[in-house]
Design a protein around this ligand. Structure first.
Ligand SMILES: *Cc1c(COP(=O)(O)O)cnc(C)c1O
Length: 230
């Protein structure tokens, strides 16, 4: 077995254990393999090892790799910061966009999705740490954004995503994961038409087990599968 396949096997076991340990079904936790800076050859290895969902951060980089891998059955997710002027590419390339954080971007995605005659699935990215340098709508704004996006016919809100402040210990990140879980329940309880709070995208290499304990349905893992990025 190659190193990537071995890593994937271990990550799958850790995901399964984390889910079972907190009474969740392992099937309810999806793995998004994060492939920024990772070559198409390595992505192909990961796909051959059974992964079918990959996350990219940059449109140009993704566009090239997605072409290279067009013979596979990969579902591509966009997880990076998205500018409105790139919305047209994002709609063409990605099944799920995790990083919608403004009405301006949502409206442009909606317009482009309509042009392609499709409904684009999105997550609302929430900035819980209040960090100026990170994208994401602040908690209050995120709730309002969900209401506004609900009215856009060619978008389908599938849940929430967060990229918490960096800490070296997962326990320090837990409060952010917990807050996102609480926000999801709060919004779900409002039963907004055209809004489904099915997904919670949170947890990366250093903290995905904690995220699973706090309800993650999509963990985004790069380093633990492909090694350190240069
Ligand atoms: C790079 C990245 C990840 C993966 O991080 P690792 O620590 O390598 O697992 C997850 N989410 C986002 C938004 C990223 O940019």
């Amino acid at each position: 077995m190659n190193a990537i396949a071995e890593n994937i096997k271990q990550i799958r076991q850790r995901i399964k254990k984390a889910a079972l340990d907190c009474g969740r079904s392992p099937q309810d936790v999806g793995l998004v393999a994060v492939t920024k800076t990772v070559s198409p050859e390595k992505i192909r290895k990961a796909a051959e090892a059974g992964l079918d969902c990959f996350g990219e951060n940059y449109i140009q980089e993704a566009d090239k790799k997605i072409k290279d891998l067009s013979d596979t059955r990969i579902s591509w997710h966009f997880i990076g910061h998205l500018q409105s002027n790139k919305a047209k590419y994002a709609v063409r390339l990605f099944d799920l966009i995790h990083s919608v954080d403004s009405l301006k971007l949502a409206k442009e995605l909606n317009r482009q999705a309509a042009r392609h005659g499709r409904v684009q699935k999105i997550l609302i990215q929430v900035n819980l740490g209040g960090e100026q340098t990170k994208s994401g709508a602040e908690k209050q704004a995120a709730e309002e954004l969900v209401y506004d996006v609900a009215g856009l016919e060619n978008l389908s809100v599938r849940g929430l995503m967060t990229l918490p402040p960096f800490f070296d210990a997962p326990e320090k990140v837990r409060p952010y994961f917990r807050q996102l879980g609480a926000l999801r329940r709060e919004i779900a309880a409002k039963n907004i038409a055209n809004v489904e709070m099915a997904e919670l995208s949170m947890g990366m290499t250093g903290d995905f087990e904690t995220a699973i304990e706090e309800g993650a349905t999509l963990v985004r893992i790069g380093t633990a599968i492909f090694g350190e990025r240069s």
